[in-house]
Each structure stands twice: as structure tokens, then as C-alpha cells.
Design a protein around this ligand. Structure first.
Ligand code: FAD
Length: 404
């Protein structure tokens, strides 16, 4: 950051850098949000980012037709709102341009191409050592901002290696234009699976969507108001189960019975399920009508992939030209953060929301709430306030010593 005064003490031989403020790992929305909030308290920070740009998930690993799933007021970062002229659901391009303006506005200047390979707390020095290929960084504070979606989940499907066509994860899918007239097997029926299937339809491809588990599909809007806003409002007044009942009643009324289309609803309600497991309900942006029209075919679980297609658990066999894995993402924290039991094996903070932002010995986590960008904002503000309190005390002590 520009405000990071020349506070790094270089040691060229060892490539060791002492960072006076916190080290933030990851320059996605969470990393930027916490850096901005720290700056508001006049605390400098250093962001280490593995890729060569900010918001790399959005810039490099999302499809062209992506729009924010939630209305913009739930997705803006602290201290700088979206421009007024942005639509209710900003496009991916608009969101990226907002992120770029955000970084510029707060003079946030991450160090790119710095994948963090290992980070560990040293109780002797009281510092975190953060190791990249070329450097050892040291700081009192480590903020994990590598996201819930750091690595694609690639499931093991029997026979997938012998498939003759391309197999790709949604993280590298850009547009259905590359799949025109193709028979495409889309594995997974979350928001990405649904939207990719819809995009394929719009480009004259023939998608078959694998629906192995039950799934909640809700309309993106109810009576012109976003379903998310309705849920947020009702939750303030009503018990969660009642809110779920209401959402399902309206969903059944507007979308019809999705069970009949092969999309079985889970027994637990959508919000209760989200809170318990993190599984997000699908917000329909048009895929359901294509399913009803028979343009997106719903198929049951895959038994095995063959050279030319797939065999399904119901005994059917079909030929496909391509396979797209809409199988989600996972956190990568356990692969590089060592010597702490603050995170689970899945790389999520152990304390549940809203307490998952603060660990021990100056360790923090931003953006691991399973509540999207809304959760990021709340974490970023909490972390910045907490570190700023410590920063003031430390600087006061330093000034006292200097006066002696
Ligand atoms: C298709 C899609 C649509 C979404 N739509 C919405 C939406 O509408 N609303 C919403 O609120 N949320 C949405 N999300 C959730 C989304 O993850 C968040 O909005 C947001 O990107 C999270 O920001 P983040 O900074 O926590 O994580 P990320 O955006 O994933 O950023 C993490 C950064 O850390 C870097 N990194 C990872 N590991 C390392 C390492 N070891 N060393 C250095 N750097 C590292 C990554 O390169 C990345 O730049 C969507 C997610 C996806 C995949």
C-alpha cells in the first residue's frame, strides 16, 4: 500500500522482510476490504497475492454471463458503495471495475505472484513467518483472506480418464459459444451448474444436468423484491423455520413443484440448511423454465463415464461431446497454514459465525462466513478495529521508549 511507509527492513541475502502492519494473504474482495478498513484506522498492511491481479476469482475463474447473485446493496464492501448507476444485479465486468476502483481509491497495492507456501507462528519471537517462493515475511498479525473458493473440487468419477472429449471445471468455463450443437454433461446442480446449463442452452448446445442430491430452488425475486431481502427482513421478526416455510410456499406457488422435474427438495428448509451445512439454495435466473421446456435435461447420478459418454444409475447410457464439472470449490488453508488448530480440515474457521474472524496469537480470518460479501464486510470491520486497538498501544509504547 502507498501508506505502507518504508517499513520493511530488507535483508537481501535472506530475502527477509519485517512488515510492521498485518500481512494479508489474498487480494480478493476480502483482502481488499480488510486492507481498506485498516487504512481507515491508519494501520498499514501488506497483501500477498498468488495471481497477477486483484479479485482473481472474478477476473480469471468465472464465466462471462455471471452476474452477482444477490442485489448490490448486499455485495458492496465497507467504506465505498457501488456507483448509483449500477443495476440491481451488477455484471461480472461491473463488479471487477468496482473492485479496481476500490483498490485505487484506498491506494491498495498488493504484491502479486506471491503464492504463500507456508505460514506459521513462532512463539519465541511472537511473530508470524510467511513464506513465499522468494521471501520470508514476518509480522505480528496474519490475516487469512484466501477465500472459501480457493481451489476447484474435482470429484473422482469412475472412468473419467477414458472419456474422449474435453472435461473441464466451471472455473475454466467462459461461454457456451465454444459448445454450440454439442451434447454436454454438466455434473452438479448448484448455482454454477444451473447457470452454465442455461448458458449452454442459449448457445444452442444440448445440456444434460446431473442432479445427484436434493436441492432447494428459489425464485431470485418474490413480488419484485429479491428473495434474499425478503428472507433477511422476515428473519428479524419470525422464527427461522417459519421463514423457511414461507419461502417454500412462495417458491412452490411461483416455480411449481420442482420434485416433478427431478429436482427433489431437501427435508430441511433452505435457510436452516444453509446455516447448518453452508449449502446455498439455487436462485433461479431462468434455468428452471428451460428444464420445464425439456431444453435442459435432468439426469440422475452418474455410474461411470465411458469413452463416448456416461452410464447413469438408472441404467440409461448416453453419448456426450464434453463434460463440465460444476462441482464447486474448497478452501486451501490447511495446505499452507501450519501449527494452529483454528481451522478445520476443510479449511474453515472452527468457531461458527459470527465468531470465526479471530484466532490466537494475531491470527485472523476474513471471508469464511458462508455468507458471501455481506460476511466479508462484517469480518473486515471487526478485524480492523481489533488490530487498530493493538496498533495504538504498540505505537504509544514505541513513542514512550523513543522519548526516554
Ligand atoms: C461463480 C461465483 C459467483 C458468486 N457470486 C456471489 C455473489 O453474487 N454475492 C456474494 O456475496 N458472493 C458471491 N460469490 C462468493 C465469492 O466467493 C465471494 O463473493 C468473493 O469472491 C469472496 O472473496 P474472497 O476475497 O473471500 O475470496 P476470493 O475472491 O476467492 O479471493 C481470494 C484470493 O486469495 C488468493 N489466494 C488463494 N490462496 C493463496 C495463497 N496460498 N497465497 C496467496 N494468495 C492466495 C486467490 O488467488 C484470490 O485472489 C460467488 C462465487 C462464485 C464462485
Amino acid at each position: 500500500m502507498a501508506s505502507l511507509r518504508k517499513q520493511e527492513e530488507d535483508n537481501d541475502e535472506l530475502n527477509c522482510l519485517f512488515v510492521h502492519g498485518p500481512i494479508i494473504v489474498g487480494a480478493g474482495p476480502s483482502g481488499l476490504a480488510v486492507a481498506a478498513c485498516l487504512q481507515e484506522h491508519a494501520v498499514p498492511s501488506l497483501i500477498l497475492e498468488r495471481s497477477d491481479c486483484i479479485a482473481s476469482l472474478w477476473q480469471q475463474r468465472t464465466y462471462d454471463r455471471l452476474k452477482l447473485h444477490l442485489p448490490k446493496q448486499f455485495c458492496q464492501l465497507p467504506l465505498l458503495n457501488f456507483p448509483d448507476y449500477f443495476p440491481k444485479y451488477p455484471t461480472k465486468r461491473q463488479f471487477i471495475s468496482y473492485m479496481e476502483s476500490y483498490a485505487k481509491h484506498f491506494s491498495i497495492d498488493p504484491k502479486f505472484r506471491q503464492p504463500v507456501l507456508r505460514a506459521e507462528f513462532d512463539p519465541l519471537t511472537g511473530l508470524w513467518t510467511v513464506q513465499t517462493q522468494d521471501f520470508h515475511y514476518f509480522s505480528r498479525w496474519l490475516i487469512v483472506a484466501t477465500g472459501e473458493n480457493a481451489e476447484p473440487v474435482i470429484p473422482e468419477i469412475p472412468g473419467i480418464d477414458r472419456f474422449r472429449g474435453p472435461v473441464l471445471h466451471t472455473s475454466v468455463y467462459k461461454s457456451g459459444s465454444e459448445f454450440q450443437k454439442q451434447r454436454v454433461l454438466v455434473v452438479g446442480c448448484g448455482n454454477s451448474g444451473m447457470e452454465v446449463s442455461l448458458d449452454l442452452c442459449r448457445h444452442n448446445a444440448n445440456p444434460h444436468m446431473v442432479v445427484r442430491n436434493s436441492v432447494h430452488i428459489l425464485p431470485r425475486e418474490m413480488f419484485g423484491v429479491s428473495t434474499f431481502s425478503v428472507a433477511m427482513l422476515l428473519i428479524k421478526w419470525l422464527p427461522l423455520r417459519l421463514v423457511d416455510k414461507f419461502l417454500l410456499l412462495v417458491a412452490n406457488f411461483t416455480l411449481g413443484n420442482t420434485d416433478k422435474l427431478g429436482l427433489r427438495r431437501p427435508k430441511t428448509g433452505p435457510i436452516e440448511l444453509k446455516n447448518a451445512t453452508g449449502k446455498t439454495p439455487v436462485l433461479d435466473v431462468g434455468a428452471l423454465s428451460q428444464i420445464k421446456a425439456g431444453k435442459i435435461k435432468v439426469v440422475e447420478g452418474v455410474k461411470e463415464i465411458t469413452r463416448n459418454g456416461a452410464k447413469f444409475v438408472d441404467g440409461q447410457e448416453r453419448e456426450f461431446d464434453s463434460i463440465i464439472l460444476a462441482t464447486g470449490y474448497k478452501s486451501n488453508v490447511p495446505s499452507w497454514l501450519k501449527g494452529t488448530d483454528f481451522f478445520t480440515q476443510d479449511g474453515m474457521p472452527k468457531p461458527p459465525f459470527p465468531n470465526g474472524w479471530k484466532g490466537e496469537n494475531g491470527l485472523y480470518a476474513v471471508g469464511f462466513t458462508r455468507r458471501g460479501l455481506l460476511g466479508t464486510s462484517s469480518d473486515a470491520r471487526n478485524i480492523a478495529t481489533d488490530i487498530a486497538d493493538q496498533w495504538r498501544i504498540i505505537n504509544k509504547d514505541i513513542r514512550k521508549k523513543e522519548q526516554l
